[in-house]
Design a protein around this ligand. Structure first.
Ligand SMILES: *Cc1c(COP(=O)(O)O)cnc(C)c1O
Length: 463
């Protein structure tokens, strides 16, 4: 039986009408997009779960803040409001706004990574992996074993395998490890959380070998909610206290504010030590790539909305509703026997497409097959988080095999209602019931060399 839905702690003030297309129209549209979800038009999607990034609904307070944005080129009051809020929440000494998460990676990573170096992570997100490679270094994923087993219900499946991480450091040589990155929550592992204990242990190993530790902080608030719910040592702390403690274990953070900060555009770099020599390098890189360091590629109004969103994102009532939406959908999937990375993570179910399509091999991309079928069935746009997204080995050019073949239903914040959630569950059940009728997957007919999933062309594999 599906669990009770946690009611929204807000009401709707403005609506955005959606297009309703027929199945035949959708089949035409996805073919025209060369079976790439990123090449569909937004208007061709009824429920858009491609990403929870920048697709969130801002509050009336944030919209009011937009009107108060200070557009001064240097030293805008909105910059100071943002920096004060970020320092207050993360406890870091230096805050650099940038236009989104990958901009933070582009500005920061080359200061640590170059040819011959490695970066280790509990799991790199796709753009993060790309920026490690673009800096000339090589990414190594080191997620705990539990995280690789979708049906195993364990807490904190996003954790780093600390023992294995230390082995990798010894094997490659500590001097060759440019950076350790802790992704919270662990996006590619299914939005699975990282525990306070794990963060502390990773931090201890990094200190022992003198390796800088960066938090990839896109979903710091959702991660903190899980920590409070599931970790004994933190159960009486506020979300804000948990965030501050978590960040105290790292030296710096890169953040896409398009997720938990509930805005449509924004990001930041945070450095714990206000005296760090890194700060001058970051400012210099930022001026070259992003804009002057008091706006970092953002409008003054964006900084204003960010300053407000930082606090709304750590509100416990909001987080309870947000997580409740996930739990409700998960309970409907459990009732139907649809496997996903369980327990459900912070930003939506990662459906185990390999379970639905066991007859389709990884190089025909089961996660992409499910994404396409969901679109045809109900106009729901999702994406593959599996071998299709993982891409080719940068050294050999061979297709890599992902540990899991997921289709991600990333749920935007404060956007969809319980009936939309029901449509997601109903569509998944319908597609699963007809899975055997899909004999083959897809092949790539064109791909760019890096981050191919955004642009590639695909075609159905014929008999
Ligand atoms: C979204 C995301 C990024 C990249 O951020 P953008 O704002 O999309 O550039 C990096 N890391 C993680 C974990 C993310 O979820």
């Amino acid at each position: 039986m599906a669990i009770k839905y946690v009611p929204e702690p807000f009401r709707i003030k403005m609506v955005e009408p959606l297009t309703m297309m027929t199945r035949a129209e959708r089949e035409e549209a996805i073919k025209r997009a060369d079976y790439n979800m990123f090449r569909l038009k937004g208007s061709e999607c009824y429920i858009d779960l491609l990403t929870d990034s920048g697709t969130n609904a801002m509050s009336d307070k944030q919209w009011a803040g937009i009107m108060q944005g200070d557009e001064a080129y240097a030293g805008a009051s909105s910059y100071y409001r943002f920096v004060d809020a970020a320092k207050d929440i993360f406890g870091y000494g230096f805050i650099q706004p940038v236009h989104q998460g990958r901009a933070a990676e582009k500005v920061l990573f080359p200061t640590f990574l170059s040819q011959g170096k490695y970066a280790i992570s509990n799991m790199f997100f796709d753009t993060t992996r790309a920026h490690v490679i673009l800096a000339g270094a090589r990414p190594i994923d080191c997620c705990c074993e539990e995280g690789k087993n979708p049906s195993l219900r364990a807490k904190f499946k996003g954790n780093m395998d600390v023992e294995k991480m230390e082995e990798i450091i010894k094997e490659k040589g500590a001097e060759n490890i440019g950076l350790v990155v802790m992704t919270i929550t662990n996006n590619s592992a299914g939005g699975q959380p990282v525990s306070m204990k794990n963060m502390r242990e990773v931090s201890e190993v990094c200190k022992k070998y003198n390796i800088p530790l960066n938090i990839d902080a896109a979903r710091y608030a959702e991660n903190s909610y899980f920590v409070k719910r599931d970790e004994e040592e933190c159960k009486d702390m506020t979300i804000k206290e948990i965030v501050k403690k978590m960040f105290s274990y790292a030296d710096m953070c890169t953040m896409s504010a398009k997720k938990d900060t509930i805005v449509n555009m924004g990001g930041m770099i945070g450095i714990k030590d206000p005296e760090s020599p890194l700060i001058l390098k970051i400012k210099a890189n930022c001026i070259s790539y992003e804009g002057f360091y008091t706006y970092g590629g953002l409008n003054g109004r964006d900084l204003e909305a960010l300053a407000i969103g930082l606090y709304e994102g750590i509100d416990e009532n909001y987080l309870k509703y947000r997580n409740g939406q996930m739990e409700y959908l998960a309970s409907r999937l459990d009732d139907a026997g649809i496997a996903y990375q369980a327990p459900i993570g912070g930003h939506g179910p990662f459906i185990d497409a390999a379970q639905i399509y066991p007859h389709i091999p990884y190089y025909e991309f089961p996660g992409q097959v499910l994404a396409i079928e969901l679109y045809k069935e109900a106009g729901i746009r999702t994406c593959d988080i599996g071998s299709y997204m993982l891409g080719n080995d940068p050294d050999t050019g061979k297709q890599l095999r992902s540990d899991n073949e997921f289709t991600r239903l990333a749920i935007p914040r404060r956007v969809y209602t319980q009936s939309h959630i029901d449509i997601m569950a109903d569509a998944l059940i319908e597609v699963r019931d007809h899975a055997k009728e899909i004999r083959h997957g897809y092949k790539i007919t064109w791909e760019p060399p890096i981050l191919r999933h955004f642009q590639a062309s695909l075609a159905p594999v014929e008999n």
